[in-house]
Design a protein around this ligand. Structure first.
Ligand SMILES: [Zn+2]
Length: 491
């Protein structure tokens, strides 16, 4: 597999030793629920992990939770709750929303507040090696001491220094230096340290959690492109100053989510919560929407685009359902009279390799989906002309769609059960179909009565009654209510 490495600015062959991949991706800062922009980063690395597993690798995946940070403290103050309570609440929400999106839990999910002793040990080490200094209970990283600073982002130190000098902090030796440890102000969460009470900076958390769960050099470090500088640059400076070894072989970054040409960001107020979008369109629509773009490119978010993705998901499930129906209505006996269509059979033979070729080319999920949708298109066409002898081919086509959908987290549900759940409103998508359908029947019945077709109108009323829905006609209007909870009506 070839993968673009932000560090070297080119595609490289990704071939970890021993079929084991150690991957770290930056997780949420739990000051709020996560947005659809955050969802893209979580999804990208969920799918990269699934695809590496599909290729036979064992993936050890760590994603951190930042549960102590300025944003959490500030938001907690606004809401008038203790910061740790707000963090706990949003960690629970993070787990819920992640599950809604069909994102698998990582192998390790450490929280910053659980690794404070390791953070203190790490900072002590940097102090000892001359990479850090203490000022009034704060500890800063001495950026100029680390010769590789700027290698990930390609930034030039003088340029950075000019930018940092705009608001200089006279306590720092150099405007470029960043905080490893922050002395706590009264009322803030604080931990004891050799430098006084305080809390860790954001960047050091990731260095510590990556190293403590995955070792000194990992295979892939991931995150959104907005984290390249300063967060990932600082992680490199911290970790490599301590170990003298590369922190990560590959740096992989997903592109940003845009709204009308602007970056979607909490601070700009142009964001949508991920859960609201999933509740409306379903997790597979959201996954398909992001995966149909190249992960490194920015993507424009719009409701229309997710709606289109939803329609595409339905097309696939409709085909899977049709295949099932045609298999179960078929003769069920292998007819030897004719052999299966050789052209379609040969095409199916090559589909998986085509899919992998796309995915192996810098994790091109858009290309991989293109192969799946071509398979869907051709299978749909084949279904129209397929004879009984083609049933094994249809079954294989359906299995292939599912097999290739698996690393993308798509098309894994049983189509009929899924459709029933959507109609019943239990699929987690607020379709509201049931109520709409009852209203439609009531309307049709009223029109039939108006036309004098009482027999048919009465049949609708009687059938609804059997289903537990009672109609009452009053003053030329019909109202309906539930006589009892419907039970076991669906087949
Ligand atoms: Zn991080």
């Amino acid at each position: 597999m070839r993968l673009y490495n932000t560090l070297t600015r080119r595609e490289e062959e990704f071939a970890p030793e021993g079929r084991i991949v150690r991957m770290y991706a930056c997780g949420p800062t739990v000051h709020d629920r996560f947005t659809i922009a955050n969802a893209r980063a979580f999804l990208t690395f969920d799918v990269l992990r699934r695809y590496l597993e599909f290729k036979g690798y064992k993936v050890i995946y760590t994603q951190n939770i930042t549960d102590i940070e300025d944003k959490i403290i500030n938001r907690a103050r606004e809401l008038g709750v203790p910061p740790q309570e707000l963090a706990e609440q949003n960690i629970r929400a993070f787990f819920e929303d992640r599950e809604k999106l069909g994102i698998a839990p990582p192998t390790y999910q450490p929280r910053a507040t659980e690794v404070i002793p390791q953070i203190i040990e790490f900072i002590s080490d940097l102090l000892e090696r001359g990479y850090a200094y203490i000022v009034d209970g704060d500890v800063y990283y001495r950026v100029r001491r680390f010769s590789g600073y700027g290698k990930l982002s390609g930034k030039d130190l003088e340029e950075l220094e000019a930018g940092a000098r705009v608001e200089p902090d006279p306590r720092k030796e150099d405007p470029l230096d960043f905080a490893l440890w922050k002395a706590s102000k009264p009322g803030e969460p604080a931990w004891d340290s050799p430098w006084g009470k305080g809390r860790p900076g954001w960047h050091i958390e990731c260095s510590v959690m990556a190293q403590s769960t995955l070792g000194e050099t990992i295979d892939i470090h991931g995150g959104g492109a907005d984290l390249i500088f300063p967060h990932h640059e600082n992680e490199i400076a911290q970790s490599e100053a301590r170990t003298g070894k590369p922190l990560a072989r590959f740096w992989v970054h997903n592109g940003l989510v845009m709204v009308g040409g602007e970056e979607m960001h909490k601070s700009l107020g142009n964001f949508e919560y991920a859960r609201d979008i999933v509740d409306r369109y379903g997790k597979e629509a959201v996954r398909l929407f992001f995966l149909s773009k190249h992960y490194r490119k920015p993507v424009n978010f719009s409701h229309e685009a997710v709606e289109e993705a939803q329609a595409a998901v339905e097309r696939v499930y409709n085909l899977l359902e049709e295949i099932e129906a045609s298999l179960s209505s078929g003769p069920g006996i292998e007819t030897e009279a004719e052999s299966p269509d050789p052209a379609f059979s040969a095409y199916l033979d090559g589909v998986k390799a085509e899919f992998e070729q796309e995915m192996d080319s810098d994790f091109n999920t858009a290309g991989g989906l293109g192969v799946i949708f071509e398979l869907v298109r051709r299978t749909n066409a084949f279904l129209q002309v397929a004879g009984p002898e083609d049933q094994p081919l249809l079954r294989r086509a359906g299995e292939l769609i599912r097999e290739l959908g698996r690393p993308l987290g798509l098309f894994q549900e049983e189509p009929r059960a899924r459709r029933r759940a959507i109609i019943a409103g239990t699929a987690g998508i607020s379709a509201g179909l049931e109520e709409g359908l009852i209203n439609l029947l009531v309307e049709v019945r009223s029109e039939l009565r108006a036309k004098g077709e009482f027999a048919l109108a009465d049949r609708i009323r009687a059938r609804l009654n059997e289903l537990g829905i009672e109609l009452r006609d009053k003053d030329g209007e019909t109202r309906w209510s539930l006589k009892r909870l419907p039970q076991g009506q669906g087949q």
